[in-house]
Design a protein around this ligand. Structure first.
Ligand code: GLP
Length: 240
């Protein structure tokens, strides 16, 4: 595990965007695993700038980590909407190569199996971006999720609903379930970048990087992966 501590949010975004662009330059048909939340927004802004300066995203395939159950693609808080707004529409992605679980599927379990199968059929994820929840979740894999889990429907932890309520009119409107790539699905990515900023993530980052490897700290599984880069600002790294 390589740990890169940078000064602030902008430097974190810069560092991660450079790694993503290096991957795309080396392999234009890269398969990227993408995250949502506020953490990667700066990275996506920079990827848009790189695109405007000539980096071609037309052959890139993407898989998002998760999607809320019950939110349609055009719901302003759906992760499909987030990705369209912040990245896909701005870098000329071929939509058929952008994948996000369908939280409105009639058969959610079948949708989960379809998603893992689709990831496998593309040859797997070359580079997976991850944020981290304040309870150290990755994707929406909450504490206690078995490390062997594949994509599945998950119940969101109370703390996650509270954390994400800021994006909704009230906590009551936050969906209580999501489809999330499983821990095993994430660990199958060839390379992983975990990013975090701000003091509210300091405990989660410390537990993930220095604590025991346990399903109670989902991000701690990354200690077992052969190619992980952790990019954190000083506030998030304050306990390391
Ligand atoms: C959500 C997402 C995660 C994300 C986490 C942190 O719950 N499912 O993928 O990493 O929140 O979000 P933020 O970056 O807004 O702190």
């Amino acid at each position: 595990m390589r740990i890169v501590v940078v000064n602030n949010y902008d430097s974190m975004s810069d560092e991660v965007a450079k790694l993503v662009i290096a991957k795309i330059r080396k392999k234009p048909a890269s398969v990227l695993g993408l995250a949502t939340g506020s953490t990667p927004l700066g990275v996506y802004e920079l990827l848009v700038e790189y695109h405007e300066n000539g980096v071609d995203f037309s052959q890139v395939t993407t898989f998002n980590l998760d999607e809320y159950v019950g939110l349609a693609a055009d719901h302003p808080q759906s992760y499909r909407h987030y990705m369209e707004k912040n990245l896909f529409a701005k870098v000329g992605m071929e939509r058929k190569r952008t994948h996000i679980p369908d939280g409105t599927a009639a058969d959610l379990d079948a949708e989960c199996r379809r998603y893992d199968e689709l990831i496998r059929s593309t040859g797997g994820i070359d580079l997976q971006l991850l944020g981290i929840g304040s309870n150290a979740h990755i994707g929406f894999n909450e504490p206690g999720t078995p490390f062997g889990s594949e994509t599945q429907v998950v119940d969101l932890a109370e703390s996650t609903i509270r954390d994400n309520a800021r994006f909704f009119a009230s906590a009551d409107e936050v969906p209580t379930q999501a489809i999330s790539m499983g821990i095993k699905s994430i660990m199958q990515a060839k390379n992983i970048i975990l990013m975090a900023n701000g003091g509210s993530k300091a405990d989660a980052v410390f537990a993930a990087v220095k604590g025991p490897v346990t399903p109670e700290v989902p991000a701690s599984v990354l200690q077992l992966h052969p190619s992980v880069t952790v990019v954190v600002d000083q506030a998030a790294a304050s306990r390391l």
